[in-house]
Design a protein around this ligand. Structure first.
Ligand code: ATP
Length: 354
C-alpha cells in the first residue's frame, strides 16, 4: 500500500480551480518532484499535503490514516519553504533544536538529535554561529536539518534551492539527494526547474493548469513525454507540426510535403501531429548522406558541446553535438541530418490539448 495517497484532490479559490482532481500514490522513501510552470498548482498541492490549505474535494491519507482535515501540527510533516526564515537571534543549534523543544523532547535527547542532524548536513562545526554568519547554502542546510530533526514521516520542500546561485544550487541538489538517501525520508519537492527535478527525483509529477498530466521516472519522462508541452518543457526538443501518413506497413510524418519516416501506435491516418526530436539525437553528416539536408544557420560553443541551428525544408532544426575537439561545420555550410527513426516521437495533437 502507498505511504501517502491523494485521491481526487481539488482546490477551488472562489470560482477558480487551482488544483483539479489529483490522484497520486507515493511510496515510503520515494523522492517525488512536482514540476510545472508558474501558477500550475504545485504549491497549492504541497500545502494541501502539509495541511496549510484545505482541499475543496478529495482525500489525503498518510500511512493508511485519513489526514484530509487534520491540523498541520498533528500531521508532523517537515516543511522547508523557499524563504526558509531561520530565527536570526538563535544559533544554528538553537534553530535546529526548536522543533524538539516545541515537542518537549528532553534536553539530553535534544542535544543528541541536534548533533546528528547537523552532522547529516555537514555543519557540525557551525553549531554556535548565527544565521547571518552563514552562506546561503549553509543556511539552506540548517533549514533542512531543522525540518529533519523531528524525524517527520514526510519532508515537503517548496522551491528549496531557488534562492541560491546556479553553481551552489547544483551542489545542493546532490547534497539534498545524498541526505534524503541517507535518512530515507519520503520527500516531495516543488520545483519549476526541470533539470533539478530530473536529476534528483525517483519520479516526477508534471502539472499543467491545475492537472497532473504525467507521472514518471525522470528517464521515461524525458524519452516518452505524453504531450508536446512536456516534451519541450522537460529538456530541449524540436517540435515540428505535420500530418500523420500511413501506407501499408510504412508510416511517416508529412511536413509540408517532406515525409519523415516514423512509427507511432494508435494514431489514425491524416491526424494532425507534432513531431518531437531531441537536438542530441540528431547527427550531423555530409550533405546528401542523411535523412534531411540543410545549411548551418548559426553555431554556438557551449564548452562541453556545440549547438547548431540548421535551416532545412521543414524549418529550423536545433542540433547539439559533443565537443570532441576539432573544428565543427562553419555557418553557411551544407550538411545532412541523420537520426534513428526510433528517436522520433510522434504526438497526436489531441494530446497537446489534454
Ligand atoms: P509558482 O511556481 O509560481 O509558485 P505554483 O504552480 O506553485 O506556481 P500555486 O501557488 O499552487 O502555483 O497557484 C496555483 C493558482 O492558484 C495560481 O493561479 C494562483 O494565483 C492561485 N492561488 C493560489 N493561492 C490562492 C489564494 N489563496 N487565493 C486565490 N488564488 C490562489
Amino acid at each position: 500500500m502507498a505511504f501517502l495517497t491523494l485521491e481526487g484532490v481539488s482546490k477551488e479559490f472562489g470560482t477558480f480551480t487551482a488544483v483539479r482532481d489529483v490522484d497520486l500514490k507515493i511510496d515510503k522513501g520515494e523522492f517525488v518532484s512536482l514540476l510545472g510552470p508558474s501558477g500550475c498548482g504545485k504549491t497549492t498541492t504541497l500545502q494541501m499535503i502539509a495541511g496549510l490549505v484545505e482541499p475543496t474535494q478529495g482525500r489525503i491519507s498518510l500511512d493508511g490514516r485519513d489526514i484530509t482535515h487534520e491540523k498541520p501540527n498533528r500531521r508532523g510533516l517537515g516543511v522547508v519553504f523557499q524563504s526558509y526564515a531561520l530565527f536570526p537571534h538563535m544559533t544554528v543549534a538553537q534553530n535546529v533544536a526548536f522543533g524538539l523543544e516545541m515537542r518537549r523532547v528532553p534536553q539530553a535527547e535534544r542535544t543528541k538529535r541536534v548533533r546528528e542532524a547537523l552532522s547529516l548536513v555537514q555543519l557540525s562545526s557551525f553549531a554556535d554561529r548565527y544565521p547571518r554568519q552563514l552562506s546561503g547554502g549553509q543556511r539552506q542546510r540548517v533549514a533542512i536539518a531543522r525540518a529533519l530533526v523531528i524525524a517527520p514521516p514526510v519532508l515537503l520542500l517548496d522551491e528549496p534551492l531557488s534562492n541560491l546561485d546556479a553553481k551552489l544550487r547544483e551542489e545542493m541538489q546532490f547534497e539534498l539527494r545524498r541526505i534524503q538517501r541517507k535518512v530515507g525520508t519520503t520527500t516531495i519537492m516543488v520545483t519549476h526547474d526541470q533539470a533539478e527535478a530530473l536529476s534528483i527525483s525517483d519520479r516526477v509529477v508534471v502539472m499543467e493548469g491545475g492537472c497532473m498530466t504525467q507521472v514518471d521516472a525522470p528517464y521515461r519522462l524525458y524519452e516518452q513525454p505524453s504531450n508536446a508541452f512536456i516534451s519541450s518543457f522537460v529538456g530541449k526538443t524540436n517540435l515540428l507540426a505535420g500530418t500523420w501518413r500511413r501506407n501499408g506497413a510504412s508510416s511517416a510524418v508529412d511536413i509540408g510535403g517532406v515525409l519523415l519516416e516514423a512509427t507511432a501506435k494508435d494514431i489514425p491516418a491524416a491526424t494532425p501531429v507534432t513531431l518531437s526530436i531531441r537536438p542530441e539525437k540528431i547527427l550531423l553528416r555530409e550533405a546528401g548522406t542523411g535523412r534531411l539536408d540543410g545549411r548551418i544557420a548559426s553555431r554556438f560553443f557551449l564548452g562541453s558541446q556545440w549547438l547548431f541551428t540548421v535551416d532545412t525544408p521543414v524549418g529550423i532544426v536545433t542540433v547539439s553535438a559533443p565537443n570532441q575537439g576539432g573544428e565543427p561545420p562553419e555557418e553557411g555550410s551544407a550538411v545532412g541530418l541523420d537520426w534513428s527513426p526510433a528517436n522520433l516521437r510522434v504526438i497526436a495533437d489531441t494530446a497537446v490539448a489534454a
